[in-house]
Design a binder for this molecule. Structure first.
Ligand code: FEO
Length: 397
């Protein structure tokens, strides 16, 4: 049996993108990404989602390989972001009789994006579509990741077409299901995907998880990454922990430095943390680090230490950008400490204190604030800050 037919009547027809540098024009794709689409074949046929427009011809080729000249009766649009919807207009030209299925918000967006207003079927929470031998049930999961988002449940195969939920960066290297690919390389990509794409929407993800838990799910078909069968419990657990913003024990030291003085402070604090018994530390120079990787680890670990020079009376721009990204994702709790530098008038530490107040994060210890060059005089304040950070980490579970 072809691996595209991983369940009776369900076919994978998605594509890999190993060319695009930046997903959403923002987030790196060192291992590519897949845009997943699926056929559900009963007496009638439904296509679940499409793919990014540049790969539309491959989607259509994959469909023909699976069903030849048979017609597709329905397109179910679980999510309207164009990485999944931008082949809809071309699909409509190839299959002019296809009925496009979505909720009211979806259909409004299809009209706005693609000018398609006819041949549609509006569905509501809990509605079903009988394909003859396969039944699709629709559940709305708004803000996972856009307001129109829904998931589709096929009871006969205990399969959830989950949209972006449970998705991950990383193309599919040959296999499609999690028993056909090297699954370990996807966990960090799932964290990075979650932090960058879905990270703002923790509460809606929690609501969606409550719905998923009521279903006897045996297969999860997301819009990106492997089809999950063997590792469903781990995938749900990871999404659960990330959407509760739960951090593992560990420290992210994120700094930027113009001439190396703030960098030496970062190194000293990281070294002192090890001396205080902290086991997991990752250090990033924000001027060169991949922002998506830094954000991933801010989601992953429970403690964040940020360092910045004062620049034009403000934070250094890469630091400002990280803090802004954290703020827009509404991360409700982290152990937080900071350090900074200036030459004639300090502002960076003040700005980071203001950040912690806006986030309602209680700041740990006394910020290390260095005037002009790094020297021995900075070492003891760094050790003291590391002691306070380690103590806070021991206190928090
Ligand atoms: Fe993969 Fe929110 O689109």
């Amino acid at each position: 049996m072809a691996i595209t037919a991983f369940l009776p009547g369900i076919r994978y027809v998605g594509v890999n993108d190993r060319t695009t540098h930046l997903f959403e024009g923002l987030w790196s794709l060192p291992q590519g990404v897949s845009y997943n689409a699926y056929l559900v074949i009963g007496e009638k046929i439904a296509l679940i989602d499409t793919v990014e427009e540049a790969f539309g011809s491959r989607l259509f080729q994959h469909i023909r390989e699976e069903i030849g000249d048979r017609r597709i009766d329905y397109l179910v649009v679980n999510h309207m972001e164009p990485d999944h919807s931008s082949s809809i207009a071309a699909l409509r030209q190839l299959y002019p009789d296809i009925t496009i299925v979505g909720n009211a918000k979806t259909l409004h967006m299809i009209a706005g994006y693609y000018g398609i207003c006819d041949g549609t079927l509006e569905v509501k929470e809990g509605d079903t579509l009988d394909l003859g031998g396969k039944t699709l049930t629709f559940q709305l999961v708004p803000m996972v990741h856009w307001p129109e988002t829904m998931v589709t449940w096929c009871a006969e195969e205990q399969t959830l077409f989950s949209g972006d939920a449970f998705g991950t960066f990383g193309a599919l290297d040959g296999g499609i299901t999690d028993s056909q690919v090297e699954v370990d390389r996807y966990w960090n990509e799932m964290r990075r995907y979650y932090a960058c794409i879905v990270g703002k929407y923790g509460a809606p993800v929690q609501k969606a998880l409550q719905k998923v838990r009521t279903l006897p799910v045996a297969t999860i078909c997301p819009t990106h990454g492997p089809v999950w069968q063997r590792h469903i419990a781990e995938v749900i657990d990871l999404y659960d922990r990330m959407s509760r913003y739960e951090g593992e024990k560990g420290v992210v030291v994120a700094y930027a430095s113009m001439y190396g003085n703030t960098e030496q402070t970062a190194e000293r604090i990281a070294r002192s943390l090890v001396e205080e018994g902290v086991e997991k530390i990752v250090v990033y120079n924000l001027s060169v680090a991949d922002p998506s990787v830094v954000l991933r680890d801010v989601f992953r670990y429970d403690t964040l230490v940020v360092g910045s020079p004062t620049y034009n009376g403000e934070l250094f721009p890469p630091v400002e950008q990280l803090l802004r990204r954290i703020e827009t994702r509404c991360i409700p709790h982290r152990n937080f400490a900071c350090f900074g530098s200036f030459t004639w008038a300090g502002a960076a530490v003040r700005r980071m204190k203001e950040f912690s107040e806006r986030m309602k994060w209680e700041m740990i210890g006394t910020p290390v604030e260095m005037k002009q060059g790094y020297s021995q005089a900075v070492c003891e304040p760094c050790r003291a800050l590391a002691r306070d950070i380690a103590a806070r980490m021991r206190e928090t579970k």
